[in-house]
Design a protein around this ligand. Sequence first.
Ligand code: DGL
Length: 275
Amino acid sequence: MDNRPIGVFDSGLGGLTAVRELSRLLPGEDIIYFGDTGRVPYGGRSRQTIIKYARQDANFLSSFELKIILVACGTVSSTALDIVAAESSLPVVGVVRPASQRAAELSRTGRIGLIGTQATIRTGAYERHITTLRPEAELISQPCPLFVPLVENGRFRPGDVVIETVVREYLQPLKDRTVDTLVLGCTHYPLLREVIAAFMGPEVQLVDSGAEGARRTADRLRSMDALADPGRPGACRYYVSDSTEGFAQLASVFLQRDVNEQVQQIEIENFDSGI
Ligand code: DGL
C-alpha cells in the first residue's frame, strides 16, 4: 500500500480528462495536478520549447513526494516522454503508447484516424507505436490547431456553429478515408466527443488518449503493488501557472463535477533545472 499522491500534468486543463478517469478507477488516490495555463497551448511550439516546458513541469511535480507521474498531454507524451522519464527517479506514464495499443486492438479494418496538435502529428509517435503493433495498419493523421483554444474558451458544445464548422473542416478528410477508429490524440478533445461522434457517425470508435493514460497508470500502480488504501477518500490539489480566477468553473467542465478543492498559482519558470 502506498498513499503518496499521483502527479499529473498537462499544458492546460485538458489533462483533467485523465484525472477524471483516474479518480473513477482509483477513488482512494490523492492527485496533484499541474496545468501550465500561462503557456497553453504547447502544440504549435518547437520541439526544444516543448522539451524545456516539459522538464519544468516534471521538476515542479517532483517537488512533492509522489509515487508516479502521468504526462496527461499528447504533445508532451509524443515529444518529450523519453526525456522526462530518463531524468525522473519516478515511473513516468504517457498517453501515446496506451492509446495506440487501444486503437490497434479496436480497429477492424486497420484504417485508423488520428487527430492531435501539430507537434503531436509531427513526431510520428502514433504511427511508430501503431504499426509496431499492427504492421498492416494505415494511419491517417490530421492536426487540429484550433481545437485547444476553442475548448479552453468553452466552445465545444453540440449546436455551437463555430465548433461544428471547424470539426467538419478537420474531420471530413478522415471520414472520406473511412477510418473505423479515431484516436483523440490530445487530452482536450474528449470535451468535443459528442460533436465529433455526431459528425463521424456511430460506426467509428473513438479512443480517448487521456482515459487510456489513466488506465495504464492504474495498471502500473497495481503491478508495483503501490495502490493507496482503498478505504480512504482521495483528494486532489491543483496548481496552475496563470491566474486561478475562473479555474473552478472551467475545471468542473473537464472533470464533470464541482471543483471545491484548493488551487494555487505557481511560477513555473522557477523550476528550470538549467539543462
Ligand atoms: N492537452 C494537450 C495535448 O494533449 C493540449 C495541447 C496543447 O497544449 O497544444 O496535446
